[in-house]
Design a protein around this ligand. Structure first.
Ligand code: ATP
Ligand code: MG
Length: 358
């Protein structure tokens, strides 16, 4: 049985790139809006543009749209635009005729053709160079294309889904992306929220991923304690679901909630969230952040070294017990020692996940 927030893709793929079994939407308003838009748009043969930071699930959503569309029996063909060098990308997309360039020993269909009857997924579309943007625009306007070195016009017969983690408006302003291409691909836009903007979903996602990894790794790792769950909900997750997914995989493999804290303290302390595009770099704020991060790491190590005995830790750090508690909370560290093995399911915010996940 499928929970209302989880959607199962049951149709087998005809391509080598098999879809993952589930996409988890979660109960947050933002994700429910995404789901409604997908359900409405999946059946229409109009381009869809999926926006969202890295790791928010753009590719997973593109596959979901495909499997919810009338073209689900057709192929899902992905083109990872930045992964293929410019000149090669053109032949990959459009295909070529025998002898059209050195090394073209046999004719080859491009990915546009391979996607016939299915979905063409153009990933990281903002990375296309100017010449290819013009060619793609032409295909989308005209519905026809030619292989390199060929005269025959072929009809494009695929639904197009594009994705990017860039701000396309900024790319257009900077002259890096054609506005006419933007209007072509942007008939329906679906924006995936960053994980920090859907914190309500985190406990559900955690539980969903825990069960998935338990099945995958044949483990029986228990649900997380309330404290750790709250802590994870407070994190910013710059790597979004991908980062949470990795953290949960580690937890299931090692069977200890310590993995959530160990992993954080190993991070370089110079990793702050200042985008170059933000322009201003407030040094004072960076210094404060760096100090807090260092404090956090030291407190964590001292707590770990003293089996989470807070009085002892306060003594070692030469601060008052109250000051330590304040700093522990401020740093988002658990006040009590995180459980190593936690068979006590009552302690968890979520009971049996069977009631939630199919
Ligand atoms: N809603 C979701 N439910 C379950 N797993 C998810 C969900 N969204 C993302 N994931 C998982 O997170 C990881 C990243 O997803 P995906 O590759 O689709 O993100 P992306 O937005 O395309 O990232 P990037 O911009 O870095 O390419 C994948 O392993 C995917 O299975
Ligand atoms: Mg992607």
């Amino acid at each position: 049985m499928s929970s209302p927030a989880t959607a199962k893709i049951t149709t087998p793929s005809t391509t080598a790139e098999l879809p993952p079994e589930h996409i988890y939407f979660g109960p947050s308003k933002a994700m429910q809006t995404v789901r409604q838009r997908v359900e409405r748009a999946a059946g229409l043969n109009v381009p869809i543009l999926i926006l969202g930071e890295s790791g928010t699930g753009k590719e997973l959503l593109a596959r979901f749209v495909h499997f919810r569309s009338p073209w689900t029996a057709g192929p899902f063909v992905k083109v990872n635009c930045p992964a293929i060098p410019g000149t090669l990308l053109e032949s990959e997309l459009f295909g070529f005729q025998k002898g059209s360039f050195t090394g073209a020993n046999a004719a080859k269909p491009g990915r546009i053709e391979m996607a016939n009857g299915g979905t063409l997924f153009l990933d990281e579309i903002a990375e296309l160079d100017a010449a290819l943007q013009a060619k793609l625009l032409h295909v989308l306007q005209d519905g026809h294309f030619t292989r390199i070195g060929d005269h025959e016009e072929r009809r494009m017969d695929a639904r197009v889904i594009c994705a990017t983690n860039r701000q396309l408006a900024q790319e257009i302003d900077a002259g890096h992306f054609r506005s006419d291409l933007f209007y072509r691909i942007n008939v329906i836009t679906i924006t995936l929220p960053a994980l920090r903007d859907r914190r309500d979903d985190i406990p559900y996602l955690v539980e969903y991923l825990r069960q998935n990894f338990n099945r995958k790794f044949q483990r029986d790792t228990p649900p997380l304690s309330k404290e750790t769950l709250h802590l994870l909900q407070d994190r910013d997750w710059p790597g979004n679901i991908r980062e949470l997914e990795n953290a949960m995989a580690r937890y299931v493999v090692f069977g200890s909630e310590d993995t959530f804290f160990a992993e954080r303290s190993e991070r370089p302390t110079t990793q702050f969230h200042y985008e170059a595009s933000e322009g201003n770099i407030p040094l004072k704020r960076i210094a404060q952040q760096a100090t807090r991060q260092m404090e956090r790491d030291v407190i964590l190590r001292v707590l770990q070294a003293n089996q989470w005995n807070r009085r002892k830790a306060a003594e070692v750090l030469k601060i008052s017990y109250r000051a330590l508690l304040y700093k522990v909370r401020q740093a988002g560290l658990p006040v009590k020692r995180p459980r190593r093995k936690a068979p006590d399911q009552e302690n968890s915010t979520f009971g049996s996940a069977d009631s939630r996940i199919s």
